[in-house]
Design a binder for this molecule. Structure first.
Ligand code: EPZ
Length: 422
């Protein structure tokens, strides 16, 4: 298996452009099948999750390719409503195909995506929303079959602002008969991007980015070309890596408005951040300050997807910090690995008590999920000595060639392939 090898102690310096958002690209690629013809999606990063979504679109009958940063999908041949269990298990985001397939073909067969390293990942809110619109749902074991003669507009209240459920219901409502209102909707920027993509194809959606989204059903959609937003979590990860290594980095092509909570926390920790349009400079000259309490919760609060990364900053801060994780029930798998590098962290239920130490030490550690892996990379950049990170396929799901991205900023990081024994 490939590994990342990092020689720590070098400050990150230089300029880097942020690639497109994985969590915008995936639902938008799924939504492309709702229009018959060729859709082009620009600024799509080269990630393993994108490759899996392309494979799923092909399995449904599309012609799909990724050249440069543009994904092209010809949806004319969509005829398959069964999503292979093998592909479902590779990527939970396959769930985004439920709304589009129900809308296009009136049927979808898929499998409970199941839990993962960070939590149970239920889909009950997705199913409740689709049922409210007239879908008939049969669950046999882990297989889920949804059928809908006709999807009808409905008043839907989400008990929790689930990102995926908001997106799936929004997509199913686009060509339903009549008006749909989603109250208690998630407010993430990726949902706004999905709304803008669908409206570019002729949908009539308003309210994405707020907790109430209204969709007026239309009869058909027209294929389009669309450019997705930059990845706010990749940007936040690089901001934290700069702070942890006491570096000075300029990030280009970002959306600062999507990062207000991360900017606020880093400034409270003593990091200097200046913004001009879509350019941000991050500079850290001193040891970070501890922060008594950080709570992850749905956007626009501090994102769960930056929780493991910010924990590395607090591991090196001056004092005690507390991080409370309220979105996923199992998102502390990185704590054991960070402790092996010398961090002083105690977990009690869904809170981590982090006592800052003067330095971390290189070790051989294992990535357990995407963002935990990113946190271990950040820790390796700051640590004294050599860090070897295993199971790095998790990291490749959300960061495009992370070793090249960081190498360009002065990091001593290499990807090693296993020695092929004859
Ligand atoms: C999206 O996942 C993101 N993934 C996640 O990013 C992100 O962490 C998450 O939103 C929260 O921001 C993509 O967009 C592809 P949720 P999603 O539905 O849609 C519970 C990354 O690192 N829930 O908002 O699955 C669920 O169990 C990934 O890029 C239900 O109970 O997140 C969880 O505890 C990780 N029932 C909470 O809600 C449901 O039907 C948040 O889940 C759905 C969700």
């Amino acid at each position: 298996m490939e590994k990342l090898v990092i020689e720590g102690g070098r400050p990150l310096t230089g300029t880097i452009r942020i690639h497109g958002a994985k969590n915008a690209a995936l639902p938008i690629m799924a939504a492309s099948i709702m229009a018959e013809g060729t859709v082009k999606i620009q600024n799509v990063p080269n990630l393993s999750d994108i490759h899996v979504m392309l494979d799923i679109l092909r399995a449904l009958g599309c012609e799909a390719g990724h050249t440069g940063d543009t994904v092209t999908v010809n949806t004319t041949g969509v005829h398959e409503f069964h999503i292979p269990e093998s592909l479902m298990s590779q990527m939970r985001s396959s769930i985004f195909l439920m709304g589009p397939l129900l809308s296009r073909l009136g049927r979808v067969e898929l499998y409970q995506p199941g839990g993962c390293a960070i939590g149970e990942r239920k889909i009950d809110l997705h199913l409740q929303g689709l049922a409210a619109m007239g879908a008939v749902i049969e669950e046999t074991g882990n297989k889920v079959v949804c059928t809908a003669e006709e999807l009808r507009g409905a008043e839907i209240m989400l008990d929790y602002p689930s990102v995926g459920a908001t997106e799936n219901i929004m997509m199913a409502a686009v060509m339903a008969k009549g008006m749909t209102t989603i109250t208690g909707a998630a407010r993430e920027p990726e949902i706004q991007d999905l709304q803008n993509f669908l409206n570019t194809m002729g949908a009539k959606i308003i309210g994405a980015g707020t907790d109430t989204i209204t969709i007026e059903g239309v009869s058909e959609l027209t294929p389009c070309t669309y450019r997705i937003i930059p990845d706010r979590i990749v940007a936040g990860t690089l901001m934290i890596a700069t702070a942890v290594t006491r570096g000075n980095v300029t990030l280009e092509q970002i959306s600062p408005a999507h990062l207000t909570s991360a900017i606020h926390v880093l400034k409270r920790a003593g990091v200097q951040i200046t913004i001009h349009g879509d350019i941000m400079n991050v500079c850290a000259l001193a040891r970070p300050k501890s922060i008594e309490r950080i709570v992850t919760s749905p956007y626009p609060s501090f994102p769960t997807d930056l929780q493991s990364q910010i924990m590395v900053l607090f591991s090196l801060a001056d004092g005690l910090s507390v991080v409370k994780e309220t979105v996923f029930e199992g998102r502390f798998r990185h704590v054991d690995e960070l402790s092996r590098m010398g961090a002083d962290i105690r977990v009690d239920l869904n809170s981590a008590f982090i006592r800052g130490v003067p330095r971390l030490y290189g070790a051989t550690v294992e990535a357990t999920d995407l963002r935990a892996g990113a946190a271990l990379v950040i820790a390796g950049l700051a640590a004294q000595g050599t860090t070897v990170i295993e199971q790095i396929h998790h990291i490749d799901r959300g960061y495009e060639q992370i070793e090249r991205m960081l190498g360009r900023l002065g990091a001593a990081i290499q990807r090693t392939s296993p020695v092929k024994t004859e």
